[in-house]
Design a protein around this ligand. Sequence first.
Ligand code: GLY
Length: 333
Amino acid sequence: MIELEVPLGDRSYPVLVGPGARHRLLEVLPVGVERVAVVTQASIPVEVDPGVDHQVFTMAEGEYGKDIGTVEDLCRDWARWGLNRGDCVVAVGGGVVTDTAGFAAAVYHRGVPVVHVSTTLLGQVDAAIGGKTGVNLPEGKNLVGAFWQPSAVICDTEVLRTLPPREYRNGLGEMAKYAFLGVDGLVDLPLDEAVAACVRCKADVVAGDEREGGRRAILNYGHTLGHALETAGSYDLRHGEAVAIGLVYAAELARMLGRIDGRRVDEHRAVVAGYDLPMRLPDGVDHDELVALFSRDKKAVGGITFVLDGPDGVEPVKVADTGLLREALSRIG
Ligand code: GLY
């Protein structure tokens, strides 16, 4: 078992990574907890035993469940059950569950502890770590939320074996970005060590910039094009697949800006290919629509900000020349 820490002073918390880690849930519950509200989805084939009085609260499936209505339902169910501040929420699932249950925990009784038992690769290397919680509005994804750090995170790599292959690949796309955020040799690491290396990398970034005043934005490497592709429409791309294309795009853009050389672009392509992820735009994609969507991205403050590789590593960079953005798109089209 690999034991890590997200170092945030008196809000520091452990992250357990390895096969069977879910069986150590009782150990990581906050001291004195007597009741646990387990939040999950019916389709998640993972059961946990918190070892104390507990009740399971099942939320709706898929991204549809990640809304304000679910937060209200959870809070009302918890209130009827009598959950209070000395108790704990345990979210068992992927990013939809940990984001939604984490947000409900952040606002219920003005904040109750939450432990995330992450059951997807995407969740283990990203969503469950770092305290971003929230839900979607009809107007956009993740528009309502709070920073609410969990008390602990469990990344049980055994349960990843139950993931459908496409869901696993979805996580690999998110994992691939860490190869450019300082995790060397990522593609060749055994799964447990790879997950742990990504968690360690994310923990370092979050410890330095918990509320994304600056550097935390590097965790969005590959996401500007990735989000645009997801928003643009029906391309049958999962988030991680869109991010993988976004990584290659960001590399091409960085090369055009003279920030990296062709060898580094090839490294991006090799990592994405190593995970058998796509690196070209889907057929028929409208470049103008993508460029228009870039400026609607959350990071577009006073111009189009991309996270780009360069001599000092990956960092946010403003790009004013939309001609360059189009030219880079044509290089991956
Ligand atoms: N998923 C990016 C972050 O946690 O900041």
